[in-house]
Design a binder for this molecule. Structure first.
Ligand SMILES: *Cc1c(COP(=O)(O)O)cnc(C)c1O
Length: 526
C-alpha cells in the first residue's frame, strides 16, 4: 500500500474509534478560524502532509455520521464495503451523461433503475424485456438526489399541461393558473421546483394534514372547490414524509389526480423500502403504482453514498418525458441517458445502488427498514411510560421517524390546557435540542409540524430518525437520559434566574428566547 492509502485507512479507523462525542464542541465561529485562507497555494503540498492537516483540522472535529448516537437525520451508516467500492468508482471516473464516457455502466444504470421500477410498478417480464435497454424508452433517470428528482417530476408535469412552455416561455394570459396540490408537510424541494419552473410558489397549494399527519384529502377537495380559474397541474403525494415518516393516502390522491387529468407524483425519497414489507409497509404504499413519477433516494434507505437519487416513470414512453439533445453528445438517436436528465455530467452513483440492490438484496433492505420501524415503536413506548417527561407527537409513529416534546416539570399537571403554552414549550424544545447538539454526545434534530392537540398550530418537536442499522435499544435509553439531564439543567437555569417559565393563570407564559439556539420553528434540513 502506498503512503496515501495507508494514511487514509488510518484516518478511517481513527474516525471509527473516536467514541464519546459526535463532533467538536467548538462553535462554528471558533472552527472557522482554521479556514480563513483565500489564496491559491504557490507550492504544491505533499498529499500525506495534506492528510495530516485534514486530520487535525477536519476529521477530529467533524460530525460522525455513522455513530449510533446520531439519530437526528436521514444521512446514515453505509455498508462496510462502500469505502472500498468508492475507491474503485473514483478510479474509473466515468461520466454517465453519455455512453462515450460510460459505455457499459450506462447499461448497468438502466438495470438498477429497472429493479426499482419493478418494485413500484410490477409490470410483467415482457414489459421489462422490452424497455430496460431500449434506446427510446426510459424507466427513469438518476439524479443527484430527491430534490432534483422532484424538480424533474414537476418539469414533466409542466410539459404535460403546457407543452409549449419550453419553447415559448410561460405567457401569462391572466386566465387560468396552473396549481400543484400537496400536503403541508411536503418537502421544501417541491416549492423550489415551482420557483424554478416559473410556476410560482403561491401556486403550490399546501393542504392541512389529519391527526396521523397524512394529507387531508377531503380538505384538498374542498380547497379545490373554492379555487377559481385554476388548472391542477399535479398532485404530489408523500410516501415517507421527511419530518414525520408518514405516508399519504396514495390511492385517494391517485383517484383525485385521475379525475382532474393531473400528473400524479409520489415523493418516496425516504419511504421507498416500505414497499418491501408485505405485512405493513406495502399496504401503506398502496396507490404508488398509479403514480406517473416516483422519486426514490438511494442515499437514504438504500444506503448508497451521498448524491444518488432516482426518478422512476411509470410509462417509459411518457410523452411528457423531458428529452434534450446536443450536437456533440446526447444526440437524439444515441443511447445516452443524458438525453433525459436534468443534470449534465453525472458520476457513476449507479454502481453503488446496483451493488446494494444485489448485496443487501430484498432481505437486507427489508430487515433494515423493519428494524428502523421497530425502534420507532420502541421509542414511542418509552415516551408513553408512566411518569414520562415527554409527550409523544407521532402517536403512533407510522414508519421509522418519531416526533416528541419534552414537557418541563411545571407543565406536567396541565393536561389538556397545555396547548395554551405552545410557544413556551416551543422555546424549551429549541433550547433542549441545541444543548444536546452542542454537548455532542447524542443527537436528534428538531422541526415544527401542525398538531391537532395544539389547535392545529405548528409546534416544535424533537425528531428521531432510525435509518442507521447499528442503533439499538440501549442507544435509545442513553439518548433519552442525555435529554433528561440537559432538560433538568435548563429547568434549573430558568428557575434560578427567576425567569417566569411557570404557567401563569392567564395562560400566557414567558420563556427567554433560546438566543443562539436559533428560531423556534426552524425546519429540519434533510
Ligand atoms: C430527503 C428528501 C428529499 C430531498 O432529497 P435530497 O436527496 O436531499 O435532495 C425530498 N423529499 C423527501 C420526502 C425527502 O425525505
Amino acid at each position: 500500500m502506498d503512503a496515501v492509502a495507508e494514511t487514509v485507512q488510518q484516518l478511517i479507523e481513527g474516525m471509527r474509534q473516536r467514541s464519546g462525542f459526535l463532533c467538536s464542541e467548538d462553535s462554528l465561529e471558533e472552527l472557522s478560524t482554521a479556514f480563513m485562507n483565500s489564496s491559491l497555494s504557490a507550492e504544491a503540498m505533499e498529499p500525506t502532509e495534506y492528510l495530516k492537516w485534514l486530520r487535525c483540522n477536519v476529521l477530529e472535529r467533524e460530525v460522525i455520521i455513522e455513530s449510533p448516537m446520531m439519530m437526528g437525520h436521514m444521512t446514515t451508516k453505509l455498508p462496510s464495503y462502500m469505502p472500498d467500492l468508492g475507491k474503485l468508482v473514483t478510479a474509473m471516473n466515468l461520466n454517465l451523461v453519455k455512453t462515450e464516457t460510460a459505455k457499459v455502466t450506462s447499461l448497468l444504470e438502466r438495470e438498477a433503475i429497472a429493479v426499482l421500477h419493478k418494485e413500484i410498478f410490477h409490470q410483467d417480464d415482457a414489459f421489462y424485456a422490452r424497455h430496460v435497454q431500449c434506446r427510446s424508452s426510459s424507466l427513469g433517470v438518476m439524479t443527484s438526489g430527491g430534490t432534483a428528482a422532484n424538480i424533474q417530476a414537476l418539469w414533466m408535469a409542466r410539459q404535460r399541461l403546457c407543452p409549449d412552455a419550453e419553447a415559448r416561455g410561460l405567457t401569462l394570459t391572466g386566465a387560468r393558473r396552473a396549481v400543484v396540490l400537496t400536503s403541508a408537510l411536503a418537502h421544501y424541494s417541491v416549492e423550489k421546483a415551482m420557483c424554478l419552473l416559473g410556476l410560482g410558489s403561491e401556486n403550490l397549494i399546501k393542504v392541512q394534514t389529519l391527526s396521523d399527519f397524512s394529507v387531508d384529502v377531503k380538505a384538498m377537495k374542498r380547497v379545490l372547490q373554492r379555487l377559481e380559474n385554476v388548472q391542477v397541474m399535479a398532485i404530489v403525494g408523500l410516501a415517507g414524509a421527511t419530518e414525520t415518516g408518514h405516508v399519504d393516502d396514495l390511492e385517494a390522491l391517485a383517484d383525485l389526480a385521475a379525475s382532474l387529468g393531473a400528473h400524479f407524483h409520489v415523493d418516496a425519497a425516504w419511504g421507498f423500502p416500505l414497499l418491501l414489507d408485505k405485512d405493513h409497509g406495502r399496504g401503506l404504499m398502496k396507490g404508488a403504482e398509479r403514480a406517473d413519477t416516483v422519486a426514490v433516494d438511494g442515499h437514504k434507505l438504500l444506503y448508497t453514498p451521498m448524491g444518488c437519487g432516482t426518478l422512476l416513470m411509470r410509462n417509459p414512453l411518457d410523452p411528457s418525458r423531458v428529452c434534450k439533445s446536443a450536437r456533440y453528445i446526447i444526440r437524439e438517436d444515441s443511447f445516452d441517458q443524458g438525453r433525459f436528465t436534468l443534470e449534465g455530467s453525472r458520476p457513476a452513483m449507479a454502481i453503488y445502488l446496483h451493488m446494494n440492490l444485489r448485496c443487501l438484496g430484498r432481505q437486507g433492505l427489508l430487515s433494515r427498514i423493519a428494524a428502523g420501524c421497530a425502534l420507532a415503536q420502541r421509542l414511542a413506548e418509552m415516551l408513553r411510560r408512566d411518569e414520562s417527561s415527554f409527550e409523544l407527537i407521532t402517536d403512533p409513529p407510522q414508519s421509522n421517524i418519531v416526533l416528541y416534546r419534552y414537557i418541563p416539570r411545571s407543565f406536567r399537571h396541565l393536561g389538556s390546557v397545555l396547548e395554551e403554552h405552545g410557544k413556551a414549550l416551543d422555546h424549551f424544545q429549541v433550547a433542549l435540542q441545541s444543548a444536546q447538539a452542542a454537548a455532542g454526545r447524542s443527537f436528534v434534530s428538531r422541526t415544527a409540524v401542525p398538531v391537532r392537540r395544539y389547535g392545529g398550530n405548528f409546534v416544535v418537536c424533537l425528531r428521531a430518525v432510525f435509518g442507521n442499522p447499528s442503533i439499538n435499544e440501549e442507544h435509545l435509553e442513553q439518548m433519552l437520559q442525555d435529554q433528561e439531564r440537559h432538560a433538568s439543567e435548563l429547568e434549573k437555569f430558568l428557575f434560578s434566574t427567576a425567569i417566569d417559565i411557570a404557567p401563569s393563570p392567564g395562560g400566557t407564559t414567558r420563556v427567554p428566547d433560546a438566543g443562539e439556539a436559533g428560531e423556534a420553528g426552524e425546519e429540519s434540513s434533510d
